[in-house]
Write a protein that binds this ligand. Structure first.
Ligand code: WT7
Length: 660
């Protein structure tokens, strides 16, 4: 058996803070011993029907009870949870709390300019959502229709999401950093009727004209009949298209402060969220209603030890799955307060996160390692606010290096918070490998142990067989369906099967490599496919290559992700120019602009390298060679005998040296 190697700091074990049990002013832990976790985990794997059936009846209010828990299988890609149950998703995240605790805070809005935010109660949020739902219904939105949401991090984005699901309609939130072309692609694939946006967005005092971007996209979207525009600025400048565009502030307040919920079946789609894979256009990952809400609730409650009286602080964006599950659906399912953070970790200065925690007495804090690296580099002196309300610090989206984990634990958490490295994906809906903060001993750099119901497998990438026991390394897979797993790809069930189920028959394939150490702890090794992760934003290399190839000068392009101190990975693009074109600063600028306008600024290549590409005789680009040369490991290229022209390696080495 292969011994899984770890460094000294990786062998460190950190126990959950004892104050969770000793300090009576803290809420009682939702799980209070490791044995309790183990017993629940075993039950969830051995008898998922009972485990999830009981939990679903306890935490979801059903309009009609279900008679089966799990039916179908992963292998047949036809699994369904609680299939004949009926529920109102919006009732579960909103009405029931507005009835029981109307004055409890639902949303803590931290505006881009500090002190311009406000708190919104469940009572108020319910009225806002009903009015917005009324407006959407008047625009013809009904059950099953798709609504695109392209908005900044303001309370209205949550209102728009919940108004959509209140009608039984399906939202697809598009991250407001995507270009007009990317927005149009998603709107068209989903066939959206309405796009909800705002005139502008503010981030770190920068103004981004969102409505202008929508105006470039929508003329290419035949399904869109209306654009609803929230006025974010004090003096709007957006131009409105007659008969198509409507100001939110003109229409929404005219509708009643209460309208009934539309009841849907458990497997009705709740939302689509587009994500990149290794091939083709982004996929519209479909999450359905009851299973997704259950996963969001359970992981908030147990991984983050969230209580209804807590104030969850996730500084992510609802344009990604993290925002869906841990800003909106999880915390609101539980009736907790949730932060909507419009700004950046650096505005007005590097104290922003911690002044936000202090101001709102946040109890959980959840961000990507890229932000932690930024703040660690800025220096400890910025961590000077009173953050003693915090109990749990979470990390998500990319591996967190042990030294960043320790800084988070020691400097931010003052050694008295649990640090949870949470591993999951857009497709998994909620955490699948993560500690139970109150009981799981952690090891810096490991996402620790599987969550309830996650029957993990480490699979041998060559044989496709499960590697059982500890001290094994391979690819990460799951053997059984879990409630919040994506059910399909929008209008592409074949793609769903091809991407997740075919690579390793019998398993859901995550796309990540992973090891299980001698204690059974999981170490995520990163993607084994052509997916790159820039500051926690997922992109496919082929998407960026396709964008570059649209430029008239480009004959061929190959993109690789390289390690980057700040953003985790950065995009490096190798480009072969067509005959007659020359490398110059102007061309380089154009190429970068091409990627920015076709995908979005965050996808911009950090480096362009002009050279021939290493291709096999069958025409496949050997990206491994590009990665090795970039890493300065040109003496470890491995087998290059399948290259059509092994001499290109020299060209590439020279080109990389020139580009440095
Ligand atoms: C990919 C999924 C999960 C929400 C945000 C990203 C990587 C995610 C971790 C982690 C190491 C991680 C994986 C995964 N990833 N969390 N804790 N440690 N890697 O969602 O955009 O769907 O990306 O992010 O490579 O496959 P996503």
């Amino acid at each position: 058996m292969t011994k899984v190697t770890t460094t000294a700091v990786e062998q460190m074990i950190i126990q959950p803070p004892s104050r969770f049990y000793e300090d009576s002013s803290l809420p009682k832990p939702n799980i209070s011993s490791l044995d309790e976790y183990k017993a629940m985990y075993e039950q969830s794997i051995k008898n998922p029907n009972k485990f999830w059936g009981d939990m679903a009846r306890e935490v979801i209010d059903w309009d009609r009870d279900f008679s089966t828990v799990l039916q179908g299988s992963l292998q047949a890609a036809d699994f369904a949870w609680f299939a004949d149950g009926m529920l109102s998703p919006c009732y579960n995240v909103l009405d029931r709390h507005a009835i029981a605790r109307p004055d409890a805070t639902a949303i803590i809005y931290e505006a881009d300019e500090p002190n311009q935010g406000r708190h919104i109660t469940y009572r108020q949020l319910l009225a806002d959502v009903c009015q917005c739902a009324g407006a959407l219904a008047s625009l013809g939105v009904g059950k099953g229709d798709r609504v695109a949401i392209y908005m900044p991090m303001i309370p209205a984005v949550v209102v728009a999401m919940l108004a959509t699901i209140r009608l039984g309609a399906v939202h697809t939130v598009v991250f407001a950093g995507f270009s007009a072309e990317s927005l149009a692609d998603r709107v068209n694939d989903a066939g959206c009727k309405v796009v909800i946006t705002s005139d502008v967005s503010y981030r770190g005092s920068k103004v981004i004209p969102l409505k202008n971007i929508v105006d470039k996209a929508v003329p290419n979207c035949p399904s869109v009949t209306n654009v609803l525009v929230f006025q974010r600025s004090a003096a709007p400048t957006a131009s409105m298209v007659d008969g198509r565009d409507i100001w939110w502030q003109d229409i929404v307040p005219k509708f009643p402060r209460y309208i009934p919920n539309v009841s849907v079946s458990a497997e009705h789609p709740l939302f689509l969220l587009y994500t990149s894979g290794s091939t083709g256009k982004p996929k519209g990952v479909v999450h359905t209603t009851a299973g997704y809400l259950l996963g969001a609730h359970a992981t908030c409650k147990y991984v983050f030890d969230l209580h209804p009286t807590d104030r969850m602080g996730c500084a992510g964006d609802v344009g990604w799955i993290t925002g869906h599950t841990y800003i909106v659906y999880g915390p609101l399912m539980m009736g907790a307060a949730t932060l909507v953070f419009e700004s950046t970790p650096a505005y007005p200065d590097f104290t922003r996160y911690w002044s936000t925690v202090e101001r709102h007495k946040l109890t959980q804090w959840y961000v990507a390692p890229t932000a932690i690296r930024l703040l660690q580099r800025a220096g400890e002196s910025f961590v000077k606010h009173d953050t003693s309300s915090l109990r749990v610090l979470g990390s998500v989206g990319e591996p967190i290096a042990p030294e960043n984990f320790m800084w988070y634990h020691d400097v931010v958490g003052k050694k008295s918070c649990a640090v949870a490295d949470t591993y999951w994906q857009t497709e998994t809906g909620s955490h699948i490998v993560a500690p139970i903060s109150t009981v799981t001993p952690t090891k810096p750099g490991s996402a620790t142990l599987p969550f309830f119901g996650i029957d993990l497998a480490i699979v041998d990438p060559l044989t496709g067989k499960e590697l059982e026991g500890n001290d094994v390394e391979g690819v990460l897979a799951v053997k059984q369906p879990w409630p919040s797993a994506a059910r399909t790809v929008w209008r592409g069930h074949d793609r769903y099967i091809d991407t997740y189920l075919k690579p390793y028959p019998g398993f859901y394939f995550t796309g990540d490599g992973a090891a299980r150490d001698s204690d059974g702890y999981i170490w995520i090794r990163g993607r084994v496919d052509d997916v790159v992760n820039i500051s926690g934003h997922r992109l496919s290399t082929s998407e960026i290559e396709a964008a570059l190839m649209t430029h008239a000068a480009v004959a061929e392009a190959a993109v690789v992700g390289v390690p980057d101190e700040l953003t985790g990975q950065a995009v490096n693009a190798f480009i072969l120019l067509k005959d007659g074109f020359e490398v110059n600063a102007e061309l380089e600028k154009e190429l970068i602009l091409t990627v920015r306008t076709q995908i979005g600024p965050f996808a911009s290549p950090k480096k362009l390298i002009f050279s021939d590409l290493p291709k096999t005789r069958s025409g496949k680009i050997m990206r491994r060679i590009l990665r090795k040369v970039l890493a300065g490991e040109e003496d470890q290229l491995g087998d290059v005998s399948t290259l059509a022209d092994p001499k290109v390696v020299h060209d590439i080495i020279h080109a990389v040296h020139r580009a440095h």
